[in-house]
Ligand binder design. Structure first.
Ligand SMILES: CC(C)(COP(=O)(O)OP(=O)(O)OC[C@H]1O[C@@H](n2cnc3c(N)ncnc32)[C@H](O)[C@@H]1OP(=O)(O)O)[C@@H](O)C(=O)NCCC(=O)NCCS
Ligand SMILES: C[S@@+](CC[C@H](N)C(=O)[O-])C[C@H]1O[C@@H](n2cnc3c(N)ncnc32)[C@H](O)[C@@H]1O
Length: 428
């Protein structure tokens, strides 16, 4: 037992679901999920597609605020949910492949997302979400655990209902921390209305992925993505649980106020004067670079000519025929054993900042880095640069340390934060 599709809990035992997990247990989190969606959309969602809706416990609360369409691949669970939520549309389907052919204000996948066991399945879920949202729509993916937040635990539960009783022990653990899965073993006692008790044991095998995979899967599917801390009254204070929120890129984020869109392409020698102007603004007035003197045109040409290509691209964002920003990868170190790692830089023209150019550049750079087989990208961010920190964190970089007082510019001693992203799914 343990293959997702063969689980008795969602198969012949589906009718016992309300005694395993009762709708009232979901009131607080349903409110939290609706709150996150409301904030992301700037208004309450009117229509929500829930993927892996199970017995419909979440939906029993969310349906009071939004029209819910509920999808599950288990016919037994859909039956349970139909009884609880007779007014909701129910659709049999798999969250990796479903295509209903219409869009919703929001797409939501809760604990069912944990049953996805491969990177490809997580990406497929993000694509399903994108396929059911218009521009500006929100996707909220809430797997129980990520590699970073995981905790082994054991819990007791169960309910009495209509003469029947159920009690269970659920034991969640990660027997092989080296793989991308964990398991929850259930020992279940089923008490019939006639007082007979039988025992069922089964192990659910679930996926355990780094948070960066959830964020990346959303970004690759066309979302602006970020992690939102998940705070619930039953979680311990040091819980690191998170939800993954994607906002489907509206056309206007790619398009400047007056028309032409942003395009990202390889830099050419003709871009160097514009790139130099953008960079020199930071040389002279900012701390994004620790260069303190503008370079000559000849020095820029030399730098461009000598930059190692292929693995380490230099790209520009072009808007209305002008360079709005540029970015590049460079080797993190000349020493061969560091070859799996690279460092990035991103610079956006001052009057083009704050409307997604940096995000476009960085996501394109990371896509190219991944394609080139680079495993880790690092960024150094001097203190006092919240835009750069946010840019990198939103792309999935995590801070790994602060180098104290390593720089001095404009008479100020500066700390430098080091951030990194794992593109190979490693890193924990
Ligand atoms: C850092 C920089 C590249 C960001 O580019 P940008 O085009 O302005 O960034 P975006 O519009 O794509 O925004 C990226 C994120 O930063 C946030 N952000 C933008 N400006 C911000 C600011 N001044 N303060 C806080 N957050 C900011 C955005 O809200 C967005 O976060 P979100 O995805 O959660 O909404 C740009 O500000 C810049 O060129 N600064 C000078 C050079 C520099 O610092 N380079 C980085 C060197 S490490
Ligand atoms: C823990 S239950 C969900 C309970 C739900 N949160 C509720 O409110 O009742 C997990 C559900 O995920 C469903 N599921 C697992 N993988 C799925 C997939 N790939 N597509 C659709 N449903 C899936 C199972 O059939 C099961 O009903």
């Amino acid at each position: 037992m343990g293959r997702g599709r063969g689980l008795r809990m969602y198969g012949d035992l589906a009718g016992w679901w309300p005694l395993i997990s009762a709708p009232e247990d979901y009131a607080e989190e349903a409110g939290i999920f609706l709150g996150v969606l409301r904030e992301a959309l700037g208004r309450p969602p009117r229509t929500i597609l829930e993927l892996g809706s199970g017995g419909g416990n979440n939906a029993s609360h969310m349906k009071r605020r939004a029209r819910m369409t509920l999808v599950d691949r288990s016919p037994g669970m859909l039956r349970v949910s139909r009884r609880l939520n007779p007014g909701c549309e129910h659709v049999p389907g798999d969250m990796r492949r479903l295509r209903i052919g219409r869009t919703f204000d929001a797409v939501f996948a809760h604990d069912a997302a944990g049953y996805l066991r491969t990177d490809a399945a997580v990406r497929a879920l993000a694509r399903t979400a994108a396929a059911h949202l218009g521009p500006g729509g929100a996707a909220l993916l809430v797997p129980d655990w990520t590699r970073e937040s995981f905790r082994a635990e054991a819990s007791l539960g169960g309910h009495d209902r209509a003469g029947r009783s159920l009690r269970y022990l659920a034991w969640t653990r990660d027997p092989d921390p080296g793989d991308s899965g964990y398991e929850t073993a259930y020992a279940i006692l089923l008490g019939s209305a006639r007082g007979r008790v039988r025992t069922v044991a089964e192990t659910h095998r679930l996926g355990l992925f780094p948070r960066s995979l959830w964020l990346r899967a959303l970004r690759e599917a066309g979302f602006l993505a970020r992690a939102v801390p998940f705070r619930h009254s039953t979680f311990p204070p040091d819980s690191r649980r998170e939800m993954f929120l994607g906002l489907k890129r509206p056309a206007r984020w790619r398009v400047k106020r007056h028309g032409a869109g942003i395009s990202i392409r390889d830099a050419a020698p003709a871009d160097l004067p514009a790139m130099a102007r953008i960079y020199d603004e930071q040389v002279l007035h900012g701390t994004a670079t620790f260069d303190t003197e503008p370079k000559s045109r000849a020095a820029w040409r030399k730098w461009f000519g000598e930059h190692p290509r292929g693995r380490y691209p230099i790209i520009v964002a072009e808007e209305d025929g002008r360079v709005a920003g540029w970015a590049r990868l460079q080797p993190w170190s000349g020493r061969c054993a560091y070859a799996r790692s690279a460092e990035n830089s991103v610079y956006v023209r001052k009057d083009a900042r704050g409307r997604g150019v940096g995000t476009e550049l960085l996501s394109d750079l990371l896509r190219r880095a991944r394609a080139a087989g680079i495993a880790v990208v690092l960024a150094r961010v001097a203190e006092g640069n919240p835009a750069s920190l946010r840019l990198h964190e939103a792309a999935g970089f995590r801070p790994v340390g602060v180098m104290r007082r390593v720089g001095e510019k404009f008479g100020r001693i500066l700390d430098v934060s080091l951030l990194q992203i794992h593109l190979d799914g490693g890193g924990g």
